[in-house]
Design a binder for this molecule. Structure first.
Ligand SMILES: Cc1cc2nc3c(=O)[nH]c(=O)nc-3n(C[C@H](O)[C@H](O)[C@H](O)COP(=O)(O)OP(=O)(O)OC[C@H]3O[C@@H](n4cnc5c(N)ncnc54)[C@H](O)[C@@H]3O)c2cc1C
Length: 827
């Protein structure tokens, strides 16, 4: 056993216990160790199977760029790493090899230019030094680059590159200086646990008891997760770069650049060019497991597969075509189903954390990821929006081997693909289908995918193939979806929303436990529907759900499938051990048909013997109704702000009820509608969408949901005290609905918000208000000095789209149906 770089006598004995054991000595494990010690957790042991960096880290290309990201958390992690890697040498004496040579992305098509402009706008909200540069400026920066077809570039001067091994060693040194022990040549062979909580690890050198264990095993993380019964859905894939012999005119000060349309990036390496690839169809590797003893390993490159990409990429720097190849390198890197990392506490096992699946950005994100995870562990909650990186966003099926194999052939290449609005994966599709799938397909559905579910996004009229042509403007289905939107406002629509997750919470203590978790009051009469948030101890939103009381001791919790795993874990962890409570996932047990619109009462009244009038069936109540031979739970609730019901139909009756609805619907003009229409309808209200426009960093007061918080209910609720404090201190951000005054431009999310010319935030979710007549954006206006209703009202607003600013109207009150008259309609 070797103790990396340490001479302390104490460290010669193998530890039998520690507060934290980190498994894996790549850049991520070392960063987590470094940041834990920074936060004061000194009793940290890092165990590495072989030597530090021996997995994937040693052969990374070392690009470190903060410019070019489109989501806040990833961008902040990248920015943090970039700063950290410049300062680590001063702190540790070990250089990271950071070279500030700048980073350039080039656009050679109009749509790419628009996409990159949108990203650059977003990056500037976070003070990233990214600027648009002309083809002639690009030529000056990179004289050997072919620039004739280039429209513009985006240059971030503060970006650059590091040496991945040196960076990892600097983090390791910093961790050791903070008190951590790093032990190499020690393989973890098992995870110990007791009553759902991790208690330590088994290694080939003995056991170590630990309060926390962190799985930072890169592409091995899936198999290490398995030892603990934890799903870590990632898969290794071949990942390539080529290094040429030295070329005249290539020198170390050249910026790194990416030609996204050629799936390639370029940088100087020992006087030659390092040309790296993100090919659109990738090759999974190690499907039968990572070969034993794969250490500082390489994969035999597949020249035939990669040759077309190499030839295409060389056209950008034609001098490469005659340069000799010094090295064609292929190494494995792990990729995830949605190209986002897997971080946080495993839903299956308490105190077992994961930081893996970095999709070829592990060096860049390493610093930030270590900082985020360390904070998460020490404070018990993350301090950034984790909805897109939390391992709890995944469903167990995503660890399926065939699913991962197929999906990651696509996700690797998406790193460089255009970031189209409403992009749909092509791979690993058509497995999780609605009971009505074939009927909906026959009705013209274009199917999109969410959490594996194939759902109708919009319906093509007869004779039109349901197919999307991607663009930044109005896509080909625009008019179809607009007509569905109109039908919901004026007539009646049918939407299949069976993909919503449904948890049955039963038991003598169900009300007590749920009422502690929910910030609204769920101690309501049987048949009442309660819209509520689940908060953490900081008063920030962990989930956004409805809770319906089915019986004295039985509740149905309905939530987005993207938070199901998280909610189940949250429920489990906040249920006292002695509570009489059982949670059952009944998602597959019910199809949900959403019948919405002013004519919904007329339609349903003709099909059931139950009185559907306002008096007999008020808003936010549930009753069992008969349709055909079926008994259906009808929920009078709306996510589109119209009169309507969601019908929860036992799945085996779904076809029967659907056929009856469609046949009877003809008389009232019933139209099928997809989830695009659901989204544009809900945005006009605006109903919130957790993970999209609100997240774990927002409180209900900031999100404009204070009405649903019942501060005075008996027993209180998690987060109450923090919310009361915030109420007292005032808000620094508020959720605002924006409507563009010009009906033409579109919002897709990520657009900066300007108040009186000053940047005050960005649009979290964008869509179109077909009834309101313009693009709608939902976002938070931020101001450290406080954001009052007057502050919002007194401002003049613009939203920036592809570097052009457009005037917008801002409102704290819903722009559509502000008094809830339509949802409560008695007509
Ligand atoms: C060709 C290529 C180019 C790349 N270029 C870049 C780039 O330019 N920029 C960038 O940001 N990223 C890049 N990457 C990605 C980057 O290298 C990875 O994301 C990063 O190194 C992942 O680090 P890690 O710590 O998660 O994994 P690893 O470095 O693989 O570390 C995991 C460690 O866990 C150890 N381990 C596994 N199982 C056990 C066990 N049972 N017990 C103990 N230890 C165990 C392994 O030995 C290994 O050392 C590139 C990757 C490749 C392949």
């Amino acid at each position: 056993m070797a103790e990396a770089g340490s001479t302390k006598a104490l460290s010669n004995s193998f530890p039998t216990q520690a507060q934290v054991v980190i498994i894996g000595g790549g850049v991520i494990g070392c960063s987590v160790a470094y940041h834990l010690t920074k936060l004061g957790w000194k009793d940290v042991v890092l165990l590495e199977r072989k030597q530090l960096t021996a997995g994937t880290t040693w052969h990374a290309a070392g690009l470190v760029e903060a410019g070019g990201f489109y989501t806040e958390t990833i961008l902040e992690m990248a920015k943090y790493s970039r700063a950290l890697y410049q300062n680590l040498e001063e702190e540790t004496g070990q250089s990271t090899g950071f070279k500030k040579v700048g980073y350039l992305e080039i656009a050679s098509t109009p749509s790419r230019l628009e996409g990159l402009r949108r990203i650059a706008d977003f990056d500037r909200v976070f003070d990233v030094d990214i600027e648009e540069v002309s083809p002639s400026e690009i030529k000056k920066m990179w004289p050997l680059m072919e620039t004739d077809d280039i429209l513009a570039g985006f240059y971030t001067a503060g970006d650059g590159r590091v040496n991945p091994i040196d960076t990892t060693m600097a983090l390791a040194k910093g961790a050791r200086m903070g008190g951590a022990r790093i032990i190499e040549e020690t393989k973890v062979t098992g995870i110990k646990q007791n009553k759902g909580r991790v208690t330590g690890v088994v290694t080939d050198k003995g056991e170590v008891q630990a309060e926390y264990v962190v799985n930072c095993c890169g592409m091995w993380s899936r198999e290490v997760g398995k030892m603990a019964g934890v799903h870590v859905p990632l898969q290794a894939a071949e990942h390539y770069y080529l290094i040429t012999e030295p070329i005249e005119g290539i020198h170390p000060e050249l910026p790194v650049f990416s030609d996204l349309d050629r799936y390639a990036y370029y940088r100087e390496e020992t006087g030659g060019i390092l040309l790296g690839f993100f090919e659109p169809v990738a090759a999974p590797w190690g499907l039968d497991g990572i070969p034993k003893d794969f250490t500082f390993g390489e994969i035999q490159p597949d020249w035939d597969r990669m040759m077309p990409y190499i030839e295409e990429a060389m056209k950008r720097v034609p001098v490469m075509e005659t340069a000799g190849v010094h090295k064609f390198f292929c190494g494995p890197e792990s990729f995830t189903p949605d190209l986002m990392p897997l971080m946080g506490e495993a839903p299956e096992l308490q105190n077992f954390f994961v930081a893996a699946g970095f999709n070829s950005l592990g060096i860049l994100l390493g610093g930030g990821a270590g900082q985020v995870l360390a904070h998460w562990m020490v404070e018990g909650l993350p301090d950034v929006d984790v909805t897109e990186i939390d391992i709890q966003r995944m469903s167990p099926y995503q660890s399926n081997r065939m699913y991962l194999r197929d999906r990651i052939t696509e996700t690797l290449g998406l790193t460089m693909a255009e970031d189209w609005p409403n992009y749909q994966y092509k791979m690993a599709r058509n497995a999780r289908k609605l009971a009505l799938h074939d009927r909906l397909a026959a009705a013209g559905a274009y199917f999109a995918e969410f959490s594996g579910w194939e759902y109708p996004d919009w319906f093509a009229p007869e004779g039109v193939e349901p197919k999307v042509e991607y663009s930044w403007g109005r896509q080909n289905w625009w008019e179809y979806s607009a007509a569905e939107h109109k039908a919901a406002r004026e007539g009646v629509v049918l939407m299949d929303v069976s993909l919503m997750s449904k948890l049955l919470v039963q038991g003598r203590d169900a009300e007590r436990v749920l009422n502690r978790i929910c910030s609204n009051n769920v101690a309501v009469p049987v048949g009442r529907i309660v819209y509520t948030q689940w908060l953490n101890s900081n008063g920030r939103i962990e989930a956004d759900v409805t809770v319906t009381r089915l019986a004295e001791d039985s509740f149905m919790v309905v939530l987005s499938p993207s938070i199901q795993t998280h909610c189940e874990a949250w429920l489990k962890r906040h249920t006292p051990p002695d509570a009489h409570l059982f949670v059952t996932d009944v998602t597959s047990g019910y199809a949900i048909l959403n019948v919405q619109g002013p004519k919904s009462r007329q339609l349903l009244s003709g099909l059931t013997h139950v009185d559907m009038s306002n008096e007999a069936f008020p808003y936010l109540t549930m009753q069992e109704i008969d349709i055909g031979y079926a008994l259906v739970k009808a929920f009078r609730v709306s996510y589109v702000s119209e009169l309507g019901w969601e019908l929860y139909i036992p799945t085996e009756f779904a076809l029967h009820v659907y056929d009856i609805l469609v046949e009877a619907g003809e008389a009232v003009g019933l139209k099928h509608a997809g989830l695009q229409a659901l989204d544009t309808l809900r945005m006009e209200k605006p109903y919130r969408d957790y993970g999209n426009d609100i997240d774990n960093m927002d409180t209900p007061l900031e999100a404009g949901l204070g009405f649903f918080v019942k501060f005075d209910k008996p027993g209180g609720f998690i987060g109450r005290e923090a919310l009361l404090r915030q109420k007292e201190e005032g808000l620094q951000q508020r959720f605002v609905q924006f409507l563009l005054q010009d009906p033409e431009p579109l919002l897709h999310g990520g657009e900066p918000i300007f108040r009186n010319g000053e940047s005050v935030g960005y649009i979290r979710a964008g869509g179109y208000g077909h009834t309101l007549g313009g693009a709608i954006g939902l976002g938070f206006v931020e101001n450290k000095e406080g954001v009052t209703p007057d502050y919002i009202k007194s401002g003049s607003y613009e939203l920036e789209i592809a570097s052009v600013r457009y005037p917008a109207t801002a409102s704290l009150r819903p722009m559509y149906d502000p008094k809830n008259q339509r949802v409560r309609s008695s007509m």
